[in-house]
Each structure stands twice: as C-alpha cells, then as structure tokens.
Design a protein around this ligand. Sequence first.
Ligand SMILES: CC(C)(COP(=O)(O)O)[C@@H](O)C(=O)NCCC(=O)O
Ligand SMILES: [Mn+2]
Length: 924
Amino acid sequence: MAGLNGDPILGIDDKIENLQYNNNNNSNEAIDKEGLVGIGEESSTCYKNNQGGEKDMAGNSIHRSGSRPQLDLSKAEIQGNSEERDPTILLPNQSDDISHLALDIGGSLIKLVYFSRHEDQSVEDKRKKTVKERLGITNGNRRSYPVLGGRLHFVKFETSKLNECLDFISSKQLHCGRIDSHLWNSEPPANENAVIKATGGGAYKFADLFKERLGVSIEKEDEMDCLVAGANFLLKAIRHEAFTHMEGHKEFVQIDHNDLFPYLLVNVGSGVSIIKVDGDGKFQRVSGTNVGGGTYWGLGRLLTKCNSFDELLELSQRGDNRTIDMLVGDIYGGMDYSKIGLSASTIASSFGKAISDKKELEDYRPEDISLSLLRMISYNIGQISYLNALRFGLKRIFFGGFFIRGHAYTMDTISFAVQFWSKGEAQAMFLRHEGFLGALGAFMSYQKHGLDDLMVHHLVERFPMGAPYTGGRIHGPPLGDLNEKISWMEKFVQKGTEITAPVPMAPPGTTGLGGFEVPSSRGATLRSDASALNIGVLHLVPTLEVFPLLANPKMYEPNTIDLSDHKELEYWFTVLSEHSPDLVDKAVASEGGTDDAKRRGDAFARAFSAHLARLMEEPAAYGKLGLANLLELREECLREFQFHDAYRSIKQRENEASLAVLPDLLLELDHMDEEARLLTLIEGVLAANIFDWGSRACVDLYHKGTIIEIYRMSRNKMQRPWRVDDFDLFKERMLGSDGKKPKPHKRALLFVDNSGADVVLGMLPLARELLRRGTEVVLVANSLPALNDVTAMELPDIVAEAAKHCDVLRRAAEAGGLLVDAMTNTEDGSKGNSSSVPLMVVENGCGSPCIDLRQVSSELAAAAKCADLVILEGMGRSLHTNFNARFKCEALKLAMVKNQRLAEKLIQGKIYDCVCRYEPAPAS
Ligand SMILES: CC(C)(COP(=O)(O)O)[C@@H](O)C(=O)NCCC(=O)O
Ligand SMILES: [Mn+2]
C-alpha cells in the first residue's frame, strides 16, 4: 500500500515507545496466526364493550371497581410543543404515590408484578444539551408522565408461603405506592388509604391478612378481565412472546399488531377457560372444561400418592402409558385402522386397558399412571380448544395458565392435538409470560400509567440478574442491592455448592408410545420450575425508537449468527467463559483492586457463568437468543456488580498514544492525492480495528508488542483485494468517474467502535475527509461503556484534543457545538464558523459491543432523519449485528474479522481478513 506502508509512520514510533502492552518484542510474526378457580363449572359470560363498561349475558352491568389512587390531573399542562408526538404532560399536583404493584393470588402460586423506577442517572451534559438544540429535540420524545422509565419485575411465591410474599412486599415497600427506588431506603410513608390491585381467589381469601400485615386494602379485579388485558399487552408489547412448540422444537412467532384479533385464549388453571378475544377489553368466555390442571393433580395425587404437582410431572417423564391406555393396535391386533387414519399407536381409550387387566392399582407403575393422565388431559384440552376455534373460525389459539408451566411435553401434546384435529389449519401457541397474565392484567388496571401505549421498542427484556440462582431455579425474590447479591453469592460459595444449571435429564428408555403419534420432546426438557425462568426483567425505556433509516424494520433481524444452532452456541459459550478470568482481572483493577472489588469480581464471575449455563440448557429461555444478547448479557452483568467501566485505564492509555501520532498521520494524508487518500483512510479504519480487547486473538497479540508495532503490522497486511471489497464502488460514489464530480453526502452517521487507534487514527480521519467535502458528520457512540468501546461521553474530549491539530476538525466541532468551552471563549461570542459543516456526537442508546437498530436513542433517531450515508464500523456493529441489515440510504460496513470461526462462516476467509461492504441506496 502506498504512503503509510513504509517509513513515515515509523517516525512516530519513538513518541509512543513506552506504551507497550508488554515488553516482549517478538511480535512480528504474531499477526499471521491466529408464568383458578375451577372455572370450568362457572358459566357467566362477560362481554366488555368498547367504552370499558361490562355487561353479563342478560345485559346487566357488572361492577368494575374504580381505580385508586388516581392521577391528580389538575393544572395539567403540555410541556413543549403540543403538536409533537407523545408530548410531556406535566402534572404539577400529582405526587408519585401511585401503586405500582399488582398480584394474582392463585390456589398454588402468588404471582406478583411490580414496577421500579430507574434512578435517573442520565447526566444532562453539555454535549447532550447542544445536540438536543441542534437536532431540535425538545424532550427527546420522553413522556416524563405517565409512562416512566423503569423496570417491570415478575416474581412468584408459593401460596402456602404467603408470609414470605408479605415480607417481600414490606421489605421493598411496594405497598406504599412509591415508585422512587431511592425512597426504599427511607422511612415508609403513611399508607392508610393504600390500595393494591389483585386478582385470583386469594384476593378474596387473604384480603384481611393484607390489611392486618401491610395496612393496605386489596382491590379485586375480575379474573377474566385481567387474563385478557395481560395477554393483549404481552402480545402487543413483548418481542418473542408467543411461540409454537412441536416435537420439542420451540419457534417464536412474531404477531402483527394489526392482525392480532380475534384469537382464542385458553387458560388452563385448575379448570379451563376458553375465551374469544376480539380486542382490548372485548372478549367473551365461550366455553370451558372442568377437566384441567386440578384434575391432573387431584387424580394424580390419589392414584400415585405424589406430594406435589411438580413431582407428578416428573414421574410422567419416566412413564409408559401403553401399560394402561388401550391403543388402536390393542383392538386391531397390532394393526393400524388406516381406513379412518388411525395408527396402531393411537390411544383408543385412556386408561382403557385397566378394565381388562385384572390388575389392582398397586400393579401399575405411578410413572405410567402419571403419563397416561397427562396425555388424557392435554389431548382433551387441545381437542376442545380446537373445536371452539372451529366454532368461531379462529386460526390462532394461545394457551396459558398454571398447568402449562413451560412443560415441553404438555405443550407438544396440546399442539399435536390441535394440529391433528384441525389437519394443520389451526395453530397452538404458548406465551412466555403465561404464568403472569392475571397479575399483569391487574397491573394494567391501574388507570393511566400509560403502559397500554408501550411499543415493542420501548421495552428491553433483560435476564433476571440479581436473584439467587442455583440449580436452574431462582430462589425467592430478586435481590435488591449489591451487598445482598454478593453476600448471597458468598453464602453460596461457603456451602461449597456449584452454581450451575441442572444437567438436562436424559430421555427415558421407554418411549411411552401410544398417542396420536409420539411427541418426541417427552421429558427431555422437563423442568420442575420452568415457568419461573422463562422471563426476564422488562426495562421500560420510553425514549427508545426504531432507527428511521432501516429499510424494513419488520423484517430486520440484528443478529447475524443464529444461536439456535447448538454447536454455535457451544462455541460462543466457550469463548465467553474462557474470556471471563481476564475480564474479571481488568474489572477488579479498574476499581482499584480493593478487597471489595475482588468480592464483586468473584460474584460477577459466578453470576455470569450461571447465566451462561442456564442459556446453554435452554437457549430460548428469554426469547430468541443471538450472539449480541450474549455479549450484552456480559456487560449488563458487569454493571449489576457495579463495574461501570472495566477498560477505563486501557482506553485512556490508547487514546493518548493515538492522539500523539495523529498529527503525523494527518500530515501524511494531506500529501496524497484524493484517490490514494481515500484508500489510505479506509485501510486506516480497517487496520485500527485490530485494537479490540474483546477478541482473544487480539489480546494475545497485545502481549507481544507495542501499540505501534501492532498498528504498523496491521497496516502492512492491508493488501487489497480484501475478503469483501467494494472499495471501488465506494470510491466511485465519493470521487466520481469520467471526470464527473458527484454531489457530496448531506449527512453521514459514523457508528464508531473502539477507543484509541480505532477512533483516533481510523474514524476521525475519515470523518475529517467527509467534513472537508461538505458532509455533516455525526459520530454515533455507545451510551454506556462496553469492553474498550468509546462512549458518547468520552468522545467530545477526544475530538477536542484532535481538533488542536486540525483546523477542519476544530471548525466542524465548533460548528457542531462540541467545543463549547472554546466557543464561549471567543471574543465576539459568535458560534464558531457558521460556514463550516458541523461535526456532532450522539449516543446510540446502548451499552454493548453490538447494536440492535430496533432500539436506539431518540437523539440518534433525530440525527438520522436527514442522513444519506451510514457507516458501521467494527465487528460487533457491522458483522455480529447488521451484516445483513438493509438501509434506506447508502451504507458502508467496515470491520476486521478477529475470530477465525466467524471469518470462515461469514466470509469464507480467515482471521484478520477485512470487510469493506458498500451498499448503494435502494432505488426508491
Ligand atoms: C466483542 C467483539 C464483537 C468486539 O469487536 P469490535 O466490535 O470491537 O470490532 C469481538 O471482539 C468478538 O467477537 N470477540 C469474541 C470472539 C473472540 O474472542 O474471538
Ligand atoms: Mn469494540
């Protein structure tokens, strides 16, 4: 390569000589390697009209309790522009004492949904103020009320342990109706009139106890109303909520919000309710059956002497129902009854063999009895549901309720029945939050906290981080503060127990043949406590938006690597596990290496490995799992244990080193002609992407040489053609052909990646080139630290340093409001050079090495509106995610592949190969 290949760049060696990662000089060759009542008997049909009023079948009004406390709307005013979408509504007379806790108190479980408000940690720094002014964002589309940023938590307790639940509510002061988390530590406020919404039989049964213990009144909400409200909310607002389950295979179904109604909701509790849902608050209980979960558990207990529902389910796993059920083959001498499409293994009569067997109850294995019962009840529910779907011409049936509890075999059996009877016309679907439908619905009944308006992109589901977690079970409620978390971890370690998820049980030897056909996932993924884990914590971030430049947001899938392939999951699991000790070292060092930091580091390592193990066991536990989620999990977990920036000092060191050589690089670039310069700039971005502390291969390299040695080697390896090389196309767009000068881009969004050389010697010079051509440049950086990625908070200082050496950058930074101090210092107070195109920095809304463009910050969304070029840089942002993303404008994806397996898989290349993918704007 011309220009920087040889010596000029060597001239800067001496300036950063001391900035070695390690004093080993043998570096030169290194780069070449590498969640009922027995409703069935209840028959009242309730139809709620559009206005929210309810009538029974005779048309009588049903009392629906008013919601207290309510919002004080007096003196309410819209802040900012009332024309604007979702303006902020100021409620000056409203205190925050709105209860944000709701319960579903069932016969066996208490489900609790509560909301905790984020402590607003966002700092309105100078950069944000200026960016907001420049982009015309008045409040970032943030509705400070009624929807508040915070977290929605899902917790459950056994009803027999009601006292634990009351202690939990009390310890978190959830009954006080306060939403400010910091108040949890202060004196509980008076709550004489406090009301908690609750549904389920226990809302009646235990109302006095709640008053006695917590001083709160229980306001009962209708169970059906709640189920439907909860289901509608989930289906509209939660990504990957619904899934099908056939032959052990779980597949998420994306429901189109505009095409959700009508559907059939089958709630399988003790009894079964079948509800036709036509819209929000519009539903009818069209049928039900008294043969439900209570029947399975009741009969099962009598017949097997089991002590719990879970035990009974576990027994079924090892059962063989052929010993009890009468099969078609038993009647037809082992033959199929093919004329009417029944195979020999079809159950002709559940428990039918028991009539002819001359055996007593003791002669049957409890395992076989349990399986036979489970199949009988599941098939029956599936069949009745299908018949009701047929009655109303419905294709979609959602199953929920305590009987399902994420049990693979139950779901398979129900699915099979629906499919068999409908001949594939109707589809059985299940809900990840199925256990929490009622509680969520009760929560929704608090009038106007605005949750019903939330959209998928406002909710980020995260792994339940803080709960004591062992053996694949979450033990009790989530832990509140850090000390609780750590001390739990320590206690756990003292007990000498390993924190690992349970090893999935081996499929039983007997096959249990004898269904319509044989559901193949039988027991293989049975978890005694499955429903407790299938959900995360929902982070409500009302400011998030869909990136406006996505060509097709509905089809957009951020992840390139599909982790539903188990081999792939295993590989990345190993990569992340092996990286963990090094990460812990860095994290502990970043906090001064104190004993407290060490304890936290230890706790982090255990919590992270437990989460990884859990996901290995059930990858779809929290919805569809991609590599980006795993990488984000790691960062979230670090933050959970209060490691806010593990690579802080490394980033500083690399920034300093790179800023020291920047002037020489700029000088060199300025001596090149346009074409050579553009090539050198792109090479520079690709080469500097090698400074990646998340890649094992790269970290190994850093132990072998200085920053500059590595940088130089990397540049020397930049021979074209790169493995993906669209440079010529990009060049033509930038410089033109046949003497024709193309119009410069109006605004370019540069998604920057790592600190140090990556941003300073790679992306900033490229930004400078664009600025020079009259293109506005927006540097898009992370909101929170992740590995050694540069953040939007850090970037203005880096730009300011660089601007000291470069007029183009200085003028643009001034025009973009980045050099605020510099501007206020100018004598006439003029806002920089008005003729310069601005350079801005905006945050992307994430804290991960990857980016999911369905959920970005409002400032990025605003900045994107008039952009015509998107440049994504780095492996996380342009390969792990967004490699296949299509935009409404031109896009350039630049990265060095620093992982052999990814190189092979994605670009049929090898480690350190480069990607320069240019995609012109689609024809409009
Ligand atoms: C975490 C990363 C995506 C960061 O890469 P970057 O976006 O900084 O280019 C990358 O380092 C990575 O995929 N690391 C894990 C694979 C490995 O160690 O080989
Ligand atoms: Mn990075």
